[in-house]
Design a protein around this ligand. Structure first.
Ligand SMILES: [Zn+2]
Length: 183
């Protein structure tokens, strides 16, 4: 049994349930994605939940010219005190290394970005995890990523509803899927 509470600048959600699958990369990298899926205990919104968190060790200079894909300044303003142990200076804007950074110099620290999907069925959850809006074209596309495939395999051994899931074919998405994927 797991009890979780996830909060960031966009998300604030709590739930209890059973972990059905987990994907965490086992090699060190600068940016990575973790994915967990849960069967929720009764009395909560939805029957299943997927928790995706995009993580990063990267930090930028305080006045960086770097931008996220949506055009925003990356991360949150902070100082060396806000850096994680394995912090990595961005190789575009080249802030000082942590042990060279004066205590009062501001940097922009990339923070966790959480995405929560709740669904009433295993199929609905898998649909939410495999439908993405392509940033360039604005079109919905279907992609079955390795972590998603991996957690579905695990979940299928713990819950027959996941064994029965039909993986969508990578392709463009029918309009009727849009509402689902946006959730
Ligand atoms: Zn940078």
């Amino acid at each position: 049994m797991a009890a979780e509470h996830v909060a960031d600048h966009r998300v604030d959600e709590a739930w209890t349930g059973t972990v059905l699958g987990t994907s965490v990369p086992d090699d060190a990298r600068e940016r990575w994605m973790e994915l967990r899926i849960y069967r929720l205990d009764p009395g909560q919104e939805g029957k299943y939940l997927a928790w995706r968190v995009a993580k990063s060790y990267i930090y930028h200079t305080g006045d960086t010219a770097c931008r996220t894909r949506s055009g925003a300044k990356p991360g949150r303003l902070g100082t060396v005190a806000n850096l994680p142990d394995d912090a990595e200076p961005c190789d575009e804007c080249n802030p000082l290394f942590p042990d060279e950074l004066p205590d009062d110099v501001r940097v922009r620290v990339e923070v966790d970005r959480n995405t929560i999907n709740r669904a009433d069925s295993a199929q609905q959850l898998v649909d939410a995890l495999t439908h993405y809006r392509d940033r360039a074209s604005g079109q919905w596309v279907v992609r079955v990523s390795e972590p998603v495939e991996y957690v579905i395999e695990q979940a299928a051994r713990r819950d027959p509803a996941f064994a029965a899931v039909v993986l969508p074919r990578p392709s463009s998405v029918p309009a009727m899927r849009r509402e689902l994927a946006a959730g």
